[in-house]
Design a protein around this ligand. Structure first.
Ligand SMILES: C[S@@+](CC[C@H](N)C(=O)[O-])C[C@H]1O[C@@H](n2cnc3c(N)ncnc32)[C@H](O)[C@@H]1O
Length: 399
């Protein structure tokens, strides 16, 4: 978090506080669009120097993780909530008191005593679900890990870089220090504008969390055909192509597929793309069969709250059920495209069984012949990675 000076500047009347509080009000006025509102607001806050902008960003990203608890203790006034976040971040409570009367001196202590859902600013029902699934202690560790900033992890794109070590050395020459993680990953030490590097422009790496890279490890090295049914902008499709698979990438979002094509060009890999309608497999695809079909399904994103903290605002039991139904449909669609002896890989970045094991179990129950061959989970509190679930399914030939 910012220095004592930065915190004090953010607490006093002035640009940092004025722009920060206003941006917070705007983001919370329409929570479904909070992510884009914040990114745009920060980019466009030209009156702020870079240090001030960083402070505003840190306070707001902290606030997303503490808002419910702060409101319970200091009320709904945005300035009080703002000052409360500064106090939780280390601002001397007497500075806050000079600005507004409030319970600042005992705030940290009282905040720590709040129930989990308030302390981590998540819906009660989500906190309860996770506690039921993980137990109280582990759930608390999960929420604490989800409140921390995620590390920046790169995936060495060997088609361009040759080896991970060459990438590591090249980045060092560009002033970016990294540490190897997993099979092809490099964790960036400190802050760095990695996408501004020459190595990035030359396609030597992609930004990809270690958990996501492990999912690609699960598919392994290739030569076969892979359908990435929910490819998005292609994080996994690119990694699979770099491992020698012939990849077909499909999605319902044309802009995501256009971005994937750009990235594939930069990385020197060929990926066939196909835009899907929401509700069916087009005939041109339905005729084909693949060695591996990856269903990296849309989900609530509870495993990646450390990267997308505002996703907690979109979570609800109803949305979870709707997504679980879509996940089941996509799994069935994917299964129909697996060739003889092939594998169906289901994945989400949710840690909720309702979107993971339960979806797979319902599929297996409804489709005799398919069985779970392998499944993995990664956790922020155990592995330091995003929370991922992945499951490899295989079918007996009689299906
Ligand atoms: C978890 S994201 C995929 C991330 C991507 N695989 C990656 O590694 O970067 C889920 C994707 O599913 C897509 N999606 C949503 N509904 C779909 C559908 N009916 N058919 C195919 N893809 C769909 C979304 O557009 C989104 O890009």
């Amino acid at each position: 978090m910012s220095s004592a000076d930065g915190l004090e500047r953010a607490a006093r009347p002035g640009r940092t506080r004025g722009i920060g509080v206003e941006l917070w009000e705007r983001a919370t006025a329409d929570r479904s669009r909070a992510g884009p509102t914040l990114s745009r607001g920060l980019r466009e806050a030209r009156a702020l120097h870079s240090v001030e902008r960083r402070t505003v960003q840190e306070v707001i990203f902290g606030l997303i993780r503490t808002e419910r608890g702060l409101r319970a203790l200091v009320g709904d006034d945005p300035l009080d909530v703002w000052l409360g976040q500064l106090v939780l971040s280390g601002l001397d409570p007497s500075v806050a008191t000079e600005e507004r009367p409030g319970p600042w001196a005992s705030l940290c202590e009282r905040f720590e005593a709040l129930p989990t859902a308030l302390r981590h600013s998540v819906p009660d029902a989500l906190a309860e679900r996770l506690e039921a699934q993980l137990g109280g202690e582990e759930a608390e560790a999960f929420w604490q890990a989800s409140d921390r900033r995620a590390p920046m992890v790169l995936r060495a794109h060997l088609r361009r870089a040759g080896t991970r070590q060459r990438l590591e050395e090249r980045l060092r020459q560009e002033g970016i220090e990294t540490t190897p993680v997993g099979a092809r990953g490099l964790r960036v030490e400190g802050r760095a504008n990695v996408e501004g590097s020459r190595a990035y422009r030359d396609g030597w790496f992609e930004v990809q969390d270690e958990g996501s890279q492990r999912l690609v490890d699960l598919v392994g090295d290739g030569g076969g055909t892979v359908l990435d049914l929910c490819a998005g902008a292609g994080g996994k499709a690119l990694a699979l192509a770099d491992r020698g698979h012939r990849v077909v990438a499909t999605d319902v979002r044309p802009r995501a597929l256009a971005e994937l094509e750009q990235r594939a060009k930069r990385g020197g890999v060929r990926i066939e793309t196909l835009l899907l309608p929401d509700d069916a497999v087009p005939a041109t695809l339905a005729r084909r069969r693949f060695d591996v079909v990856l269903v990296d399904a849309p989900c609530t994103g509870t495993g990646v709250l450390r990267r997308n903290p505002a996703d907690r605002w979109r979570w609800s039991p109803e949305r979870t059920s709707e997504l679980a139904a879509l996940q089941g449909t996509l799994l069935e669609r994917g299964a129909s495209l697996v060739g003889p002896g092939g594998r169906l890989v289901y994945a989400t970045c949710s840690v909720d069984r309702a979107e993971d094991e339960d979806v797979v179990q319902a599929f297996v129950d409804a489709h005799p012949g398919w069985e779970v061959a392998q499944s993995v989970r990664t956790w922020p509190q155990r592995d330091g990675t995003d929370g991922f679930y992945a499951c490899v399914l295989t079918a007996s030939t009689s299906r």
